[in-house]
Design a protein around this ligand. Sequence first.
Ligand code: C5P
Length: 221
Amino acid sequence: IVPIVIAMDGPSGSGKSSASKGVARALGLRYLDTGAMYRAMTWWMLREGVPVEDPAAVAARAMDPVLDSGTDPAAPTITVDGADVSGPIRTREVTNAVSAVSSVPAVRTRLVQLQREIIGIGGIVVEGRDIGTVVAPDAQVKVYLTASEEVRARRRAGDLAADPGASVTVTRAEQARRDRIDSTRAASPLTKAADAQEIDSTELGLDEVIEAVVRLVKERE
Ligand code: C5P
């Protein structure tokens, strides 16, 4: 029996992170948040003063930070040069710069390789934008999680509740911009894999989404 890989892709605010962690816990699997890796790379670029809108400048430094991701769904960690950056990678500054950094092919090549090393033989839920299409095209279960734009903006604004600039209106505009860049970039854009199962979480609670994914896993056994 081959250890399973569950690919969870979709736009921001679709509920991927909560659902992916929940599925991993329900099934006793590891968990990898690839968005956190792109965020960590972005956080490091900003700290180093790299002009993130300049693809050549970003590409030139793409190999420099040492990144590592823990895979415990109960306590996922992300470190840069050994320091935990779980908090700093969630700021608006990083969120609004990450799409520029993640569209640079040298960044993607490096992080996809790292992601494949962590995935190893499997036993893992992996969330991102290109997992079912590029990182793990052989994943046994592929989910494309969506939700209405309105609901996604509300969830994101909730995540950023501590940030006074993050009203639903502003969050919605920033998120639409990020999704547009993520979906239209040349290097592995966000797109639903041909063999992915779409789950629309607009009207679903977290437990229902987790159940739906677990059902897909059980169906193929
Ligand atoms: O999932 P999260 O919103 O944390 O992802 C942050 C950003 O990282 C995305 O907006 C996207 O630009 C990038 N990303 C990506 N490929 C992935 C995961 C995330 O390009 N597999």
